[in-house]
Design a protein around this ligand. Sequence first.
Ligand SMILES: C[S@@+](CC[C@H](N)C(=O)[O-])C[C@H]1O[C@@H](n2cnc3c(N)ncnc32)[C@H](O)[C@@H]1O
Length: 384
Amino acid sequence: MTVKVTARGAERWKQGHPWIYRSDVAEEPDKKPGIVRVTDRKGKFLGQALYSPSSEIRLRLLTRGKEDIDAQWWAARIAAAAGRRNGIDASAWRVVHAEGDGLPSLIIDKYGPWIVAQLLSAGLETARADVLAGVTAALTPEGILLRNDAAVRRHEGLPAEVVLAVGQVPQVVEVVEDGVKYLAAPWSGQKTGAFLDQRENRILVGEHTKAGGRALDLFTYHGSFALHLARRAKDVVAVDQSTEALARGAENARLNGITNIEWREANAFDLLRELERRRDQFDTIVIDPPAFAKTRANLERAVAGYKEVNLRAMKILAPDGVLFTSSCSYHVSRDVFNAMLADAARDSGRRMQFIASTGAAADHPELLNVPETGYLKGVLLRAV
Ligand SMILES: C[S@@+](CC[C@H](N)C(=O)[O-])C[C@H]1O[C@@H](n2cnc3c(N)ncnc32)[C@H](O)[C@@H]1O
């Protein structure tokens, strides 16, 4: 099938962005999802794309060539992406970061010998068999689990489902990350089973943790930051509002023989107020909340939430203490995040020194011309 696009649609691809929106599609004869040929109004060939007839994002560029997009094509692209990820000191990592790797709407994460993948567009769904064959050929996994329960699939008219597509994938997988072990839950955990995007940040914070000091890990989930903090700190308080997440955290601590983490079930906002009232102090603090800004519409409220948690954390930071703070809200830009931190520092009366500015781990690459590929921002600060 051929889909024709407007001059503005064609221009987007020229500018390096792989998406063409509904409003820039001129003719779509057969509204069936799939891999389509794309031309301009006059019929000039522009490339091949994933086509989603019920999504605002109608076309996602796969190639500017006319080659067959078959299992071998996917295998070659996936193998190339895997080849770009050398030297990761962990047994779990992202092999394909969708648009960031030129494979729009495809996520492939590797947990040891097992693969957890997400097919996030209607066009890509139609290529499921070829994609799975490509993954098998490129990575020879013992099993492939499809975590197709991400909310974005709704915009594509796709069902939310978790499907074992190939072989076997265990409920729980042990991951080793810079010598720290943790259990990931491919079938039921957040994302594909763990927050792989924070891996480098966890290692960085581990290195900056004050030896023999007190540490606080807010929004700890399975304790992944806390485990890194606990290797240096005297004791760590790990906070989450989910009982289940904390139980997994405690299991992770046992796995590492770590006994200096206290697991606190609490709302981080309430606990911060209480800690401030008690004049508690911490030498190392981590803030890794869920995305407060799910849409652009609630940006202002989200920024207020980020400011509150950061301001309170700054107030209970010990002199010379280190704060790692992050936001995974795409709608909160780096500039907005830094400005919020500057406000929080001013209001807390602390002088905060910039140690590092970070993003997602290198296996979650951002494309310069595709801002949507970047969402995670991290800042490491020291109170001086
Ligand atoms: C982005 S995840 C943290 C990921 C984790 N730091 C890691 O590296 O694996 C956010 C966590 O915040 C928890 N959470 C959300 N709102 C909370 C709140 N108000 N207080 C405490 N925990 C909260 C969620 O249960 C979730 O586990």
